[in-house]
Design a protein around this ligand. Structure first.
Ligand SMILES: Cc1cc2nc3c(=O)[nH]c(=O)nc-3n(C[C@H](O)[C@H](O)[C@H](O)COP(=O)(O)OP(=O)(O)OC[C@H]3O[C@@H](n4cnc5c(N)ncnc54)[C@H](O)[C@@H]3O)c2cc1C
Length: 395
């Protein structure tokens, strides 16, 4: 093994969660590597063309999520035409995003800003590099990963690993357990559509959901390569159908309506949730959870706020590593709530801070004292329980 390729913290997957994790670790002085199989960073939020940074507030005027998630929200608009809403106390419903602490962003612009954030933090980024295996020691702790890129296959060693691959692929390579989710093909892509008023990216470019939910093809086994191929090709077929129907009666429509950019990764919402020490479940919103290390406002319902137990980031049977983002330990309705950008960034930061702290304390992430972790997260303005932001548990 190349002795240079040894890091304090190795993060697999440069989506929003992985970027937050790597930045959090690097800002704490950790030598940090971030491994990404694509050429673009940002994951679904950028190459997946998901351009809505969902809210950091409870939908009733109270901000609940802070830290790097807020930093990314504010910086997501630096190379794009959007502003944060001046007033964001409003409810969900018809005007979900503009009326909450949320924003649209331009995926290309967000990519450029995310790269700047990684550079400022000193994270070493490996692009076009895929995690293909993981090696563990006799205490079930991950010690190195095998990656493949244009240079060949090689190992990267680390003291702590964070799986932010969205599909738990590092955990799965390490033999960890997971649950899968149900998905439907409902593509978002960028099209030229003059005068469109819905889902603008810039003036004439917009994104158009095309099928009602009951008509969307259902995807089984989203964690497999076969399903990923089927999923993308089915999406392309649906998009082709849209234009063929549109052009049938009036071929001139092709001068106004045409596809401009397709997602560069399958738009699965839920692929694999790691089986963790704690699994966040349906119905746990607005509850006091003793081991919470972060607060998150449900993007679907005003007034629903979730406390985030630390154990949801700790894979049950694998040591030396954490998970974050949409492959964290959340199932049912909790997975539906947490599988989005602001919570991915929040859980990423928690995982990065926990990885760094566990190195400093010379213990496994599972052995960290919650109060020590909270102490570090408070430096990023984190809140942990409902009452800390003036809300009441059980309501
Ligand atoms: C159709 C659709 C609409 C959505 N709408 C919204 C919305 O409006 N607002 C919102 O906030 N959220 C929305 N979401 C969800 C949101 O975009 C994602 O859940 C969120 O961006 C996930 O971030 P993540 O970092 O956890 O994972 P990902 O974005 O999946 O990032 C994982 C990264 O890991 C990389 N990777 C994977 N495997 C490997 C490997 N083996 N080696 C190296 N790298 C690897 C991937 O290439 C990727 O870059 C939507 C999702 C979908 C599918």
């Amino acid at each position: 093994m190349n002795p240079e390729l040894k890091y304090d913290v190795v993060v697999a997957g440069a989506g929003v969660a992985g970027i937050a994790a790597a930045v959090a670790a690097a800002r704490r002085g950790m030598k940090t590597a971030l491994i990404e199989k694509q050429t673009i960073i940002g994951g679904l939020a950028t190459s997946g063309l998901i351009f809505v940074y969902l809210p950091l507030c409870d939908g009733k005027g109270t901000q609940v999520t802070f830290g790097i998630s807020e930093e990314l929200l504010r910086r997501s608009k630096n190379y794009g035409p959007y502003d944060l809403p001046e007033e964001w106390g409003g409810p969900v419903g018809g005007k979900a995003y503009p009326s909450r602490l949320a924003t649209y962003f331009n995926p290309a612009g967000f990519t450029l800003e995310l790269d700047k954030i990684l550079k400022e933090a000193g994270v070493e980024l490996f692009l076009e590099t895929m995690v293909v295996d993981a090696e563990k020691d006799c205490s079930d702790a991950v010690k190195s990963i095998t990656v493949a890129n244009a240079s060949g296959m090689f190992k990267i060693a680390g003291c702590r690993f964070i799986d932010t691959t969205g599909d738990a692929s590092l955990l799965r390579r390490a033999g960890g357990e997971y649950e899968t989710g149900v998905n439907f093909v409902s593509p978002w892509w960028i099209e030229n559509a003059p005068g469109a008023t819905r889902y603008h990216i810039i003036d004439d470019l917009h994104i158009e959901p095309i099928l009602p939910i009951e008509a969307q093809p259902k995807a089984e086994n989203p964690e497999t390569g076969e399903c990923a191929t089927w999923f993308s090709r089915t999406a392309w077929e649906l998009i082709r159908n849209r234009y063929e129907k549109l052009y049938k009666d009036d071929p001139e429509q092709r001068r106004k309506f045409f596809p401009v950019h397709l997602p560069a990764m399958p738009q699965f919402r839920k692929i694999a949730a790691a089986k963790c020490v704690t699994m966040l479940e349906s119905g746990q919103q607005n509850q006091h959870l003793d081991t919470s290390v972060g607060l998150y406002g449900d993007w679907r319902r005003s007034g629903w706020v979730w406390e985030t137990p630390y154990g949801t980031l700790l894979p049950e049977k694998t040591n030396g590593m954490l998970v974050a983002g949409r492959c964290m330990g959340a199932i049912g309705d909790a997975w539906e709530a947490f599988r989005v950008i602001p919570s991915a960034a929040m859980t990423g930061e928690i995982a990065g801070v926990a990885a760094a702290l566990s190195i400093d304390k010379k213990c496994d992430p599972k052995e960290l004292e919650i109060e020590n972790l909270r102490g570090e997260l408070r430096k990023s303005n984190f809140r942990f329980h409902l009452e800390e932001v003036g809300l009441e548990a059980g309501k």
